[in-house]
Each structure stands twice: as C-alpha cells, then as structure tokens.
Design a protein around this ligand. Structure first.
Ligand code: URA
Length: 213
C-alpha cells in the first residue's frame, strides 16, 4: 500500500524489480521483452492472488489420508485489455492454468479522446469469479477505468487490476473512479509526457511486445 494511494500495492519483490529493469532497457529485443513479460507476470500473479480463500479437502498421499488446502469457489477470470494486456496474460495463465479469460478491446476516439469499446467477450459466470484485469501501462488510467466500468456493468463484483508501470496521473484517475478495486503495480513512475507516455516508462508496451515499431 502507498500513503497517497491506499488501494495500490507496489510489488517490490527483487525478481519483479530486476525483470522490470530488463523490460525498460531499450536494448531488450522483442523476443526478450515477450519472454520477460511472461516471467514477470507469473511472479506478479503470486502477489495478486496471495489472499485467495482456501478450504481443506481430503487427499490420500501414497502413505496416508490427510486434510489439505484447495482453492475455494469459482476461481479466477483474467481479462486483458487489448492489445498490450495479452503480453502479461500468458504468465498469469502459467500460474493459474484453469482460469477463464475474457477480453476487452478499447480504442481512443480521436476527437473526444474518450475510450470506445470495440470488443467485449466475457465468461457468462463473470459475477461469480474474481476478475483480474491486466493492462501493462496505466498511463492516463482512462482505458483501465473504462474497462472496469464495463466489467461492473456485466456483473463482475470482485475485481483487481494488475499493471507493470503506473503514472501518478493514471493512479489518481483510476482510484477516484474505482476506489473499490485493488491495484497492483511493479512501479509508480515520475509522470506522463505530452503524448501520454509514461516517463521514464518502457516505451509503447504493445509495440515492444509485438515488434510493430
Ligand atoms: N501505453 C504504453 O504502452 N506506454 C506508455 O508509456 C503509455 C501508454
């Protein structure tokens, strides 16, 4: 938790911080960026799911019967915000292979700059799942906030947001609109620039993941 943003957790695990530095490095190749994005998101998934409820079930080991913990309830749904969100989905799915996956596509209207939905596909039982929205760069915060609003309208009741880097401006916007949604990030950077890029940031996450620039 931070003093300024009480619903925000900065994941300061050394492995996460090390991998984030590799992602920031402009010399990291597209293939390297994709691999490290998968690795860091797997590690971040541990922190985001740290408090999931468990209940005991009976299991028979080769030696004896015992009561052992198992995840309770309907479990998880990951929801990447397209397209960069897909880059941190695979690591999350490695940690929780049985999770469902929804997708949200948003673009920014060139006139109004408001986020507009162009794709939405969610599991029918979204209201019964813990929904983990993944969006690597929380810049202005408008897309993530709009994505979470869409999820709430679709019935999602328990939502968390994971990003790699957040700008203070994005955190202010997001936490004001969704004070009920815990947010996890590996870093809070200095600011947004005039093009809404996070500084120092890591550049355009989608372009670096998919080699489009
Ligand atoms: N999206 C990105 O990919 N990078 C930024 O710095 C801001 C938004």
């Amino acid at each position: 938790m931070t003093d300024r943003f009480p619903t925000v957790t900065v994941i300061d695990h050394p492995l996460v911080q090390h991998k984030l530095t590799l992602l920031r490095d402009k010399a990291t190749s597209t293939a390297g960026f994709r691999r490290i994005a998968r690795e860091i998101s797997l590690l971040m998934c541990y922190e985001v799911t740290r408090d999931l409820p468990l209940h005991d079930v009976e299991v028979e080991t080769p030696l004896e019967r015992m009561q052992a913990p198992q995840l309770s309830g309907k479990k998880l749904c990951f929801v990447p915000i397209l397209r960069a969100g897909n880059g941190i989905l695979d690591g999350m799915l490695e940690a929780v292979p049985g999770a469902r996956v929804g997708h949200i596509g948003l673009y920014r209207d060139p006139q109004t700059l408001a986020p507009v939905q162009y794709y939405l596909k969610l599991p029918e039982d979204i209201g019964e799942r813990l929904v983990i929205v993944v969006d690597p760069m929380l810049a202005t915060g408008h897309s993530a906030a709009a994505g979470v609003t869409l999820l709430k309208r679709a019935g999602a009741a328990q939502i968390r947001l994971v990003c790699l880097i957040a700008a203070p401006e994005g955190l202010s916007t997001f936490t004001a609109e969704h004070p009920d949604v815990p947010l996890f990030t590996a870093a809070i950077d200095r600011c947004l620039d005039e093009h809404s890029y996070i500084r120092p940031g890591l550049g355009d996450a989608g372009d670096r993941l998919y080699g489009t620039k």
